[in-house]
Design a protein around this ligand. Sequence first.
Ligand SMILES: [Zn+2]
Length: 237
Amino acid sequence: MTKPLLEEVPSSALAIYAHPDDPAISCGGTLARWADEGCRVDVVVCAAGDKGSADPQTDPEALALVRVGEAERSGTLLGARRVHFLDHLDGELDNDSVLRGELVAIIRELTPEAIVCPDPLAVFFGEHHYNHRDHRIVGWAALDAAAPAAASPLYFRGVGTVHQVRAAYLSGSLEPSAWVDVSKTIERKIAAVACHASQLADGGDWIAGALREGAQIAGREAGVACAEPFRRVRLAP
Ligand SMILES: [Zn+2]
């Protein structure tokens, strides 16, 4: 049976991810398509990307600085209005009141109709890989910040005005329920991922091929050329 395509486009969306390259990799085709169709897109990057290197000689602060520039260029390609950096250290994120308070403040300030974030229940991918702790933490923190915290006046009192997010779209899900047609934006997604040169080494061509192939596999499920799948959670009508 063909999977359900998600045709509706939110008026505003906030993508909340751990590392600078996560938004482009996880949902870049969707963000670009929504931006093309008039959605106001913002991006939050929670961790600095300071440990994203296999070279022990790397200066973490210098790497984090490089990654800010990469994330801004990538966000611009995807049509994001702004990339907001929370500057936590890689591997040291916690779903605590500090992180949730920062996310609640941004949600209440930007009032997104939808959030996009990692599916925190996606842990084991096959026999050789499990999901990064930072991705799991940010998935839970984003969901917990959106509901009930951002919408409830007694949570984080004095931080902005309460706001009800209407839907959460969870990427990387093992149980997707909605597919977004990204046939027109898959190449822009690949270009946005390529902005993260500090993370690619010599693997740029391989990653471009893997991204295209992944989108084509998801596309076949939904009856289109290319797609990105999400678990969709409706938080309000
Ligand atoms: Zn990541």
